[in-house]
Design a protein around this ligand. Sequence first.
Ligand SMILES: NC(=O)c1ccc[n+]([C@@H]2O[C@H](COP(=O)([O-])OP(=O)(O)OC[C@H]3O[C@@H](n4cnc5c(N)ncnc54)[C@H](OP(=O)(O)O)[C@@H]3O)[C@@H](O)[C@H]2O)c1
Length: 447
Amino acid sequence: MSELAEAVLADASAAELLACPVPARIRAAHLRREDIGIFSGDDDPDVRRSIHVGEVPMPRLAPDEVLIAVLASGINFNTVWSATFLPVPTFSFLARLGRQDPWGARHDQPYHVIGSDAAGVVVRVGAGVRRWSVGERVVVAPAYVDSEDPATHQDAMTGEQRAWGFETNFGGLADFAVVKASQLLPKPEHLSWEEAAANTLCAATAYRMLVSPRGALMKQGDVVLVWGAAGGLGGYAVQLVLAGGGIPVAVVSSPAKAELLERLGCQHVVDRSTLPAGPAGMRDPATWRALGQRIRATAGEDPHIVFEYTGAETFGASVYLARTAGTVVTCGSSSGYEHQYDNRYLWMRLKRIIGSHGANYQEAWEVNRLLRLGRLTPTLSRVYPLGQVGEATRTVQRNEHLGKVGVLCLAPKAGLGVSDPVRRAEIGEGRLGLFREAGALVPAPIG
Ligand SMILES: NC(=O)c1ccc[n+]([C@@H]2O[C@H](COP(=O)([O-])OP(=O)(O)OC[C@H]3O[C@@H](n4cnc5c(N)ncnc54)[C@H](OP(=O)(O)O)[C@@H]3O)[C@@H](O)[C@H]2O)c1
């Protein structure tokens, strides 16, 4: 382990951290350009084959950037997309960034350090960074934006922006990561490193989709249908609906997930595996009607908002299920991006479809505030060491996980990094550990 990493683990002062040399190489989870094509013709592209853990060179730091010692990170579904080279190899994003300017050129490498979430300690700041200092404990928002693009100042997500660790190199699944200062958020200090690390991407995306004026602008009392409610996005969506006075209707695929959602405070849960499915499953209008009846039976009315990202399998149902003048808000297409829906339900019933992507810095800041206040709690269910990041990603690829899957990078074990035990006690281990406890029903490598 490098001297700098040891100093971070020893809670060294800023002066001590600055006195340690920056290591020349970083241990990192990465993809290799030469592996593009290894899954051709493969029905089950196993991410354990494409994700490597090993050393890569430490990049130079640009003036608006910060070097972070990463204590913990997390798996996002984009880790699965990158590691399967679908829908396109992420090396094409790196090549495009590489053509932008000399700083962008650093990203265009034959390796791609992946990962779009992290919690850690700032160990170096670029010459132009004003608001952050060495020694600060942070979490990272994934939007990597161009502050010189005018559109960024209207809404960063409409400007030149990239998902850090997916469309950029030097992501969070590593011992050190390079981020722009405009990605930093203060770490919720009642959370451990791994609890803090795994939230931001999904929580901020769900916040923009539901709460932000750029999303569905949920109001008190709204009925919100949440697909995959025990998954990465879904676990935060349900909490945001509850925190905002809405009524979540959670869709999940097993009784164990249904029970977890009930413990989270969701009164209306539908186990989609129990629906009388038509021959085309969730693409069949007979299944939409069966689900609609279940929703009315439990919540008493149709959804004002449908929280969508599940894609081709569910989109027709989502457009059908939203109430008249309701909203389908979507940020993805897990089951396929060519959606089919019956447009009569959209236009005759005056519904809206809103596309949403990530979250701008302000939205990420707002959702991080909710996490710091304990209004939102982590959905971390399992933790793996960085050396087993392929296994961690495989569980998400196979939909065998709950909530978020965490990864320990420099943190030698789970549970470290809590510096506000009073707030932690106020919130209670029961609430903080809900997903962890449910995840423990499935054997995990470390605890
Ligand atoms: N644009 C953005 O900014 C953004 C940000 C985050 C994520 N995303 C995208 O959103 C998607 C989900 O991400 P995530 O992190 O929430 O993933 P996740 O943790 O894997 O959760 C997805 C959930 O979807 C449900 N699901 C899977 N297949 C389904 C199907 N055929 N029908 C209905 N439900 C299904 C599963 O729940 P059940 O099996 O229990 O129903 C699962 O828990 C991914 O495609 C990701 O790329 C986009």
